[in-house]
Design a protein around this ligand. Structure first.
Ligand code: ATR
Length: 272
């Protein structure tokens, strides 16, 4: 039995053990997948102890995504551009690192929701870690426009500079969006976890737009309520992204692609 785990703090509510358990069952892979609550001041030691005990790979969640980057010997492009890691693979003395969050997001939007990003006007709200992970996979689909808006416009402008070699971004504050509309609007701020509303100008949602909250399992967040009030009918949360990033990690580790549909269905919580 090969051993895998998710590490974070807190970790009790992580769905990763359930998701990977279902993947393993469905694909007949003999793995064990557990949850590890990492100590804030001993992340690297915890990972090394897991490797010494036969660990083959790990998922990494908050607050360790940056520390996981630091211990990687071989960060892949997805991790280098995001500056953060959500999956590790251990082989001999190497620690390979990936960030599958953005790819999971794009796969959910295109394959599961049937919205192709090519030629679309796409807006990402927020300029933190979640946005960093999403930019490259979205840009690779060649949207007509990829805009990043943030409360602190400077942080959005920093992203424009950081990604200059890989993506052409329109960046600014929320007020700068006045008069523009988008086919796909993503909330990658942390407001899905609080009750704050984003100051989105009226008209930001184009007719027939998709409103996507990256947070999962919080029901109708302020962002989704705003979108609904603006007439958006396609409102989704991040359950599909969660399962799709897990599928990418599972395939990277095991060489087998698990089916995601049944698992997404099982984890989906109605928005209200
Ligand atoms: P993550 O890694 O989850 O993206 P983060 O790096 O802390 O988290 O980024 C949080 C994002 O949520 C930022 O874009 C932040 O905006 P600022 O950079 O201007 O702080 C955004 N955010 C958090 N609370 C917000 C609020 N009440 N209104 C608007 N944006 C908010």
């Amino acid at each position: 039995t090969d051993r895998y785990a998710v590490i974070g703090k807190p970790i009790a509510h992580s769905k990763s053990p359930l998701i990977h358990g279902l993947f393993a069952q469905a694909t007949g892979q003999d793995i064990e997948y557990t949850a590890i609550e990492g100590p804030l001041d001993g992340f690297a030691d915890t990972v090394r102890a897991f490797i010494a005990a036969g660990g083959r790979g790990m998922n990494v969640t908050l607050p360790f995504k940056l520390q996981a980057f630091d211990i990687a010997t071989d960060p892949m492009e997805s991790a280098r551009l995001a500056g953060a890691v959500n999956a590790l693979k251990f082989e001999a003395d190497r620690i390979y690192a990936q960030n599958f969050d953005g790819l999971g997001l794009v796969n959910d939007i295109q394959r599961n929701l049937g919205v192709l990003l090519t030629g679309k006007r796409v807006l990402i709200c927020g300029a933190g870690g979640a946005t960093r992970g999403a930019i490259l996979p979205i840009a690779q689909q060649h949207p007509a426009l990829l805009a990043v808006a943030n409360r602190s416009a400077d942080k959005a402008h920093e992203l424009k500079a950081d990604f200059a070699a890989h993506a052409t971004l329109q960046t600014g504050g929320y007020a700068d969006l006045a008069g523009e509309s988008f086919d796909v609007v993503l909330n990658a701020t942390s407001t899905g976890l609080s009750q704050a509303e984003l100051p989105l100008p009226a008209g930001v949602f184009a007719p027939g737009a998709l409103a996507y909250e990256l947070v999962y399992g919080k029901g109708l967040t302020p962002f989704l309520k705003q979108a609904r009030a603006a007439g958006v009918t396609q409102l989704v949360d991040g359950v599909g992204m969660l399962v799709e990033q897990a599928a990418e990690a599972f395939e990277w580790w095991r060489g087998v692609r698990p089916d995601t549909q049944a698992v997404i269905k099982r984890l989906t919580v109605p928005l209200e």
